[in-house]
Ligand binder design. Sequence first.
Ligand code: ZN
Length: 153
Amino acid sequence: MNVDLTDLYQQLVLEHAKSPRNRGRLEGDDIYRAEGHNPLCGDKVRVDLAVENDRIGRVAFESEGCAISTASASLMTDLISGKTTDEARAVFEAFRSLVTGESRPGDTPESIEMLAGVSRFPMRIKCATLAWHTMLRALDHPNEPAPPRVTTE
Ligand code: ZN
């Protein structure tokens, strides 16, 4: 199959940026939450996770920033919803290694491979990974009174 990943990538980003999934906040004392900031581009994201028995139920996010950061956050919420925390970490790892060029498309979900089109635009990798780092931070530091903050470096 000869697919132009760049085109698919652009379609995916445009579609999710235009109609983001799972936008908003989750209320409750048991919500895992973190906020992320990408100073290079000015993107901000907040990720809320409802985790029960080590499984991620609902996911919600709020974002302010470029189309890629919003699209990536939207896609992330779709991909990790219903997964165990370990599975969510594995999805993150697959995505991270694709966008940084450490692995090649193959046995990762198709939507992740499309998003990996961002690896052609190194300036935007931090935009694309912000929500994912923020999601991991929320998993690692649940139930803190003030949401931990992640800043991409
Ligand atoms: Zn950005």
